[in-house]
Design a binder for this molecule. Structure first.
Ligand SMILES: Nc1nc2c(c(=O)[nH]1)N[C@H]1C(S)=C(S)[C@@H](COP(=O)(O)OP(=O)(O)OC[C@H]3O[C@@H](n4cnc5c(=O)[nH]c(N)nc54)[C@H](O)[C@@H]3O)O[C@H]1N2
Ligand SMILES: Nc1nc2c(c(=O)[nH]1)N[C@H]1C(S)=C(S)[C@@H](COP(=O)(O)OP(=O)(O)OC[C@H]3O[C@@H](n4cnc5c(=O)[nH]c(N)nc54)[C@H](O)[C@@H]3O)O[C@H]1N2
Ligand code: SF4
Ligand SMILES: [Mo]
Length: 762
C-alpha cells in the first residue's frame, strides 16, 4: 500500500527552522531541542508533519514533530478554523489533542487482528485470515437470513466507505447512526423538524458577532466542538457579551457566566415557555420575522399564555425575577443573541418538547441566521469520490423492508433507536452487527445490549481498543489511530463565520504494530467480499484527492498548509431559500409533518409547544429513589475513547482533588445536602442503585457544584465494558433498562436512584 514511505514524503525542515517555529508558538518541545544531540544529527532526523485531531472528531490542526520517524511532540496550527479563534490567532490543542502521541504508541491498543475460535478464545491471525473469516461469516449471514439482518454501526469513520460497503453493496438498510438516537435526539431531531437543520446550525451561534450567549444544557468551555468555540466564547465575553448558563450543575461554563440559573433537571420546557410568555407580553418579539417567516404563531401564543414566570419558578426551582430578566435581556439583545444547546436538552425522555419550546424562542426573537444570532453554517461541497471515478453503486439496501423500523411498540420517527436493538435481536430480526469506532455498551440499556451481542451469529468490529464490543466480537480488525492515517474534513462551523474551509493532512507516522487505517481495512474487506471493483483506490490519499477535486486541491497541497479558506457566504439564507420544512417557514407548530403527527399522537403529545413534566416518559424521582442521576463529560476525555491514557486520568483526578487515591475511575458528584445524611464523604466509594434494581459503585466527590437532589457521574465511558484494562469506575448505563424519548427514540439518561455509602455495586 502507499502507506510505505509516507514519512519520506513529509516536508523536511532544517532543525533550526523547526525549533524556531515551535518556539514561536510558545511550545518549544524539550523533545526537539534538549535531546537532539549535535545539530548535524538533528538536521538529519527531525521532521515536521501535519495532522488533524480526531479525538473528539473536530479536526483541530496539529503540527507533529517527528524524530527518526517517531512522533515526539504536537502543537496547534495558527489561524486554523477549528483549533484557533480565527485569523491572526494561535493554534493550540486541548488536553485530549495533546495526548495523541501517547495514543498512537499506547500499549493498551489492539495490536493485531484477532479471530474467535470454536473454543471461544481469541487467537491472533494474519490480516488475510481475519478478513477471510469476516467475509465468510458476513456472507453466510446474508445467504442464510438476508443482508437486512445485519445491523450497521458506522461510528467516527471519516470517508463513509464502511457504511457504503454494508448498505449499498452488502445490502442492509438497518443503520444506527448517531447523533440522533444516542447523542441528543430529543434536541437535534426536533431542531430539524422546526427548520433548523440538525447539525452545527442548532449548536453554535455566531460567536464572533454576538452580544448575548445562553449555554442551555451545554458546557462549551469543557465540551467545545473544537477549541475555536471555547476561545470565541471567552473573546465574546471579553468584548462585553453576556454569558448565561442554564444547568443543574455549576459547570466550568457556569462558573465563568454572568448569570447562572441552576435549573431542576428536565424542567427546561417550562422555563422556555415562561420566557416566551414574557417576550410576547412585553412585545419584545420580532413581529416582522414572525409574520413573514414563521408558521403557527397564534397556537404558540395560546400555548404560553398562562405560562408566567411565577408558574415556571415553581417547576424549575428558579426565581421568577431571574426568568423575567433573562427573557427580556435575551429578546432585547436579539438578533445579536444566540443559544447553544446539545445534550442537556437532548438526553431525557421528555426532551423533545423541552427542545421545541426552547427552539421556538429563536423564531420569536428572529435571531436565526443573522449576525450574532444562530448561524446557518455552510460547508463547501467536496466531490463524491465514487462519482468522480464513474462508479455506480448497486444500492442493494434501497427498498428493503426495514424490519426494525416497523416495530409497533416504538413511536419513534427515527428508523432505529439504540434502545430497541436488543429486542430486535431477541426477536430474530437482527442476527449480526458490524461496528466501526463505536461502543454502544456505555450508551444505554447495557445489560440487554450485552446479551444481544452475545446472541448474535456474527459480530465484526474495527476498533483500536478492547471494549465491550471488541471483547465480544468474532472478528476484531485493529485500527490505526489518528496520527497514523490521512484525514480530511470541511466546514462549516468554526472560527470563520462567513467563509467555507477545508482541512486535511497525510498520515504523520505509519500504522503501529500490525494495525491498518480504517480505509485500508474496509477496502481490503470489500475485496475479500468480492467487491474490490467498487473500491479501486490504492489508498485513502487517492480517495481524498478525488474528494478534493471539487475544490481544485490535492491532499499534497492541503497537507502543506493543513487548511484552506474557500468561499464567502452571507446571512439570512432563509430569505431566498426558505426553511427546510413543508411550509418553507420556521415552524413553531409541527402539524404539517404527517409522520410527526402520527408519532406525537401515539405518544399523547400535541404538535404545538406544551409543557411535559418529568416522569411522563422517563423515571419519576421520589420515594425510595429520591435522587436524579445524570452523566456529563469533561475536557479530559472524549466519550469512552481515551480512558487508557495516564496523563488524562491523572489530570482528571487532579481536578477532583483525588490524586492521592488509588482509583482512576469516574466520580459521582454529590451535594453536601445529600451526602451528609447518607454518611458519604469526599473520596468514599458509594453504591448507586436504580429503580430497575441494578447497582454500580464509584467514588464520590462531595461538592456544592451540583443542585441538591441531583447526582452526576462524570464522565461516562468508565467501568464495565470500557476501554480501561481494569474497567475501573462505573458504567452507569448498567442501571438503565431502555426508556426512550418517544419521538426520536433517543436514550433516556436521567435515572431515579438512591446512593448509599460503601461500594456494593453488583
Ligand atoms: N452514558 C452516556 N453515554 C453516552 C453519552 C452520554 O452523555 N452518557 N453520550 C453519547 C454521545 S453524545 C455520543 S456522540 C456517543 C459517542 O460514543 P462512541 O461513538 O461509542 O464513542 P467513543 O466511546 O469515543 O468511541 C467508541 C470506541 O472507539 C474506540 N476507539 C478509540 N479510538 C479509536 C480509533 O482511533 N479507531 C477506532 N476504530 N476505534 C477507536 C474505543 O474502543 C471506544 O470504546 O456516546 C453516547 N453515549
Ligand atoms: N471533552 C469532550 N468534549 C466533547 C465530547 C466529549 O466526549 N468530551 N463529546 C462531543 C459530543 S459528541 C457531544 S454530543 C458534545 C456534548 O456537549 P455538551 O452538551 O456540552 O456536553 P455535556 O457535558 O453532556 O453537557 C450537557 C450539560 O447539560 C446539563 N444537563 C443535564 N441535564 C439537564 C437538564 O435536564 N436541563 C439542563 N438545562 N441541563 C442539563 C449537564 O449538567 C451538562 O452540564 O460534546 C462534544 N465535545
Ligand atoms: S477539541 Fe481537542 S480533542 Fe477535539 S479535535 Fe480539537 S484538539 Fe482534538
Ligand atoms: Mo454526541
Amino acid at each position: 500500500m502507499s502507506d510505505d514511505g509516507r514519512v519520506s514524503r513529509r516536508t523536511f525542515l532544517k532543525v533550526g527552522a523547526a525549533s524556531a517555529a515551535l518556539v514561536g508558538t510558545g511550545m518549544a518541545g524539550a523533545s526537539v531541542t534538549s535531546t537532539a544531540g549535535t545539530a548535524a544529527q538533528s538536521a538529519a532526523s527531525v521532521t515536521v508533519a501535519h495532522g488533524n485531531c480526531w479525538d473528539c472528531h473536530k479536526l483541530c490542526g496539529q503540527r507533529v514533530t517527528l524524530r527518526d520517524g517517531v512522533a515526539v511532540d504536537l502543537t496547534g496550527v495558527d489561524d486554523h478554523p477549528r483549533g484557533s479563534a480565527g485569523p491572526g490567532t494561535p493554534g493550540t490543542l486541548c488536553p485530549k489533542g495533546m495526548s495523541q502521541v501517547a495514543k498512537a504508541y499506547d500499549p493498551a491498543r489492539i495490536k493485531r487482528p484477532m479471530v474467535r475460535g470454536d473454543d471461544g478464545q481469541f487467537r491472533a491471525v494474519s490480516w488475510d485470515e481475519a478478513l477471510s473469516v469476516a467475509a465468510e461469516k458476513l456472507g453466510a449471514l446474508a445467504a442464510d437470513h438476508g443482508p437486512e439482518k445485519l445491523l450497521v454501526v458506522p461510528g467516527w469513520e471519516t470517508s463513509g466507505i464502511f457504511e457504503t460497503l454494508f448498505t449499498s453493496v452488502y445490502g442492509s438498510p438497518e443503520v444506527m447512526h448517531h447523533p440522533i438516537p444516542t447523542c441528543s435526539g430529543g434536541f437535534l431531531l426536533t431542531a430539524g423538524l422546526m427548520g433548523i437543520k440538525p447539525g452545527g446550525q442548532a449548536r453554535y451561534p455566531d460567536y464572533t458577532n454576538t452580544d448575548y450567549i445562553i449555554a442551555w444544557g451545554r458546557n462549551p468551555l469543557e465540551t467545545f466542538g473544537g477549541q475555536w468555540e471555547a476561545k470565541q466564547i471567552l473573546d465574546a465575553k471579553a468584548r462585553g457579551a453576556t454569558l448565561v448558563t442554564i444547568d443543574p450543575v455549576k459547570t466550568t461554563t457556569a462558573q465563568k457566566s454572568d448569570v447562572y440559573l441552576p435549573i431542576k433537571p428536565r424542567t427546561d420546557g417550562a422555563l422556555a415557555m415562561a420566557m416566551a410568555n414574557v417576550i410576547i407580553e412585553e412585545e419584545l418579539y420580532d413581529e416582522e420575522f414572525v409574520e413573514n417567516y414563521t408558521y403557527g404563531f397564534e397556537q404558540y401564543r395560546a400555548a404560553v399564555a398562562d405560562a408566567t414566570p411565577e408558574w415556571a419558578a415553581e417547576i424549575t426551582g428558579l426565581d421568577a425575577s431571574d426568568i423575567r430578566e433573562v427573557a427580556v435581556s435575551f429578546a432585547k439583545a436579539a438578533p445579536r443573541a444566540g443559544m447553544t444547546s446539545w445534550t442537556g436538552l437532548g438526553q431525557y425522555a421528555e426532551s423533545h418538547k423541552a427542545a421545541q419550546n426552547m427552539l421556538a424562542l429563536q423564531g420569536l426573537v428572529g435571531n436565526i441566521d443573522r449576525p450574532g444570532g444562530m448561524r446557518f453554517w455552510k460547508s463547501p461541497a467536496l466531490a463524491n469520490a465514487f462519482k468522480t471515478r464513474g462508479i455506480s453503486l448497486p444500492e442493494n439496501h434501497a427498498g428493503k423492508p426495514r424490519v426494525v423500523s416497523t416495530y409497533e411498540n416504538y413511536t419513534s420517527m427515527w428508523p432505529i433507536s439504540h434502545q430497541m436493538i436488543p429486542e430486535a435481536v431477541s426477536q430474530g430480526d437482527l442476527r449480526g452487527a458490524v461496528f466501526y469506532y463505536r461502543n454502544p455498551l456505555k450508551d444505554g440499556n447495557t445489560r440487554a445490549w450485552q446479551a444481544a451481542l452475545e446472541a448474535m451469529d456474527v459480530v465484526v468490529t474495527i476498533d483500536a481498543y478492547w471494549n465491550g464490543v471488541s471483547r465480544r466480537a468474532d472478528v476484531v480488525l485493529p485500527e490505526a489511530t489518528q496520527l497514523e492515517k490521512s484525514m480530511v474534513g470541511a466546514g462549516g462551523e468554526g472560527a470563520y463565520p462567513t467563509t467555507t474551509w477545508v482541512t486535511g493532512s497525510k498520515a504523520a507516522i505509519d500504522p503501529q504494530w500490525d494495525t491498518r487505517s480504517g480505509f485500508d481495512i474496509v477496502t481490503a474487506l470489500a475485496r475479500k467480499m468480492g467487491h474490490g471493483d467498487l473500491f479501486p483506490w490504492p489508498s485513502k490519499d487517492a480517495f481524498i484527492d478525488d474528494m478534493l477535486s471539487a475544490v481544485g486541491l490535492s491532499l499534497d497541497e492541503l497537507d502543506e498548509s493543513n487548511f484552506a479558506l474557500l468561499d464567502e457566504y452571507g446571512y439570512e439564507k432563509w430569505k431566498t431559500a426558505g426553511f427546510p420544512t413543508p411550509t418553507k417557514k420556521f415552524q413553531f407548530v409541527l402539524d404539517t409533518i404527517p409522520p410527526y403527527v402520527a408519532a406525537a399522537s401515539k405518544a399523547g403529545l400535541s404538535p404545538a409547544p406544551e409543557w411535559v413534566p418529568p416522569g411522563t416518559f422517563g423515571d419519576s424521582v421520589g420515594g425510595d429513589y429520591p435522587l436524579e442521576l445524570i452523566d456529563v463529560r469533561t475536557v479530559f476525555f472524549s466519550h469512552g475513547g481515551d480512558q487508557t491514557l495516564q496523563y488524562l486520568l491523572d489530570q482528571f483526578a487532579h481536578r477532583y482533588d483525588l490524586v492521592g487515591q488509588d482509583y482512576r475511575g469516574n466520580y459521582l458528584l454529590v451535594n453536601p445536602t445529600d451526602a451528609t445524611p447518607r454518611g458519604v464523604e469526599n473520596g468514599d466509594v458509594v453504591t448507586v442503585r436504580a429503580v430497575a434494581g441494578a447497582s454500580v459503585a464509584l467514588m464520590a466527590h462531595v461538592t456544592e457544584s451540583v443542585r441538591p437532589g441531583v447526582v452526576v457521574a462524570t464522565p461516562y465511558g468508565f467501568g464495565e465494558d470500557s476501554v480501561q484494562p481494569n474497567e475501573e469506575g462505573a458504567n452507569t448505563m448498567l442501571l438503565d433498562t431502555g426508556a426512550a424519548e418517544p419521538i426520536s427514540g433517543m436514550v433516556d439518561r436521567h435515572l431515579a436512584v438512591e446512593v448509599t455509602a460503601g461500594g456494593e455495586g453488583e
